[in-house]
Write a protein of this length. Structure first.
Length: 77
């Protein structure tokens, strides 16, 4: 099932399908290792949903909800 990383629930896993967004945001995500094919686990979500803490490529990464909305995921079943 395909959905945005910003819509994931805590503990949900998936694989990145595409990364969209404007130039600077997309470049920043790529520089942090958020690239198609990477496995992602949503570890924590702040009470108001922003920011999100994910595990990707063996390290912890914190993203704004607006950044996570640029990441299209294939959720694991």
């Amino acid at each position: 099932m395909e959905k945005l990383l910003s819509d994931f629930a805590v503990g949900e896993k998936g694989k990145i399908k595409t990364v969209s967004g404007e130039g600077k945001i997309r470049r920043r995500l790529f520089d942090m290792g958020v690239t198609p094919g990477a496995d992602v686990l949503l570890k924590k979500k702040a009470p108001l949903g922003d920011p999100l803490e994910i595990t990707i490529r063996g390290y912890e990464l914190t993203l704004r909800k607006s950044e996570a909305a640029c990441v299209s995921m294939e959720a694991e079943k």
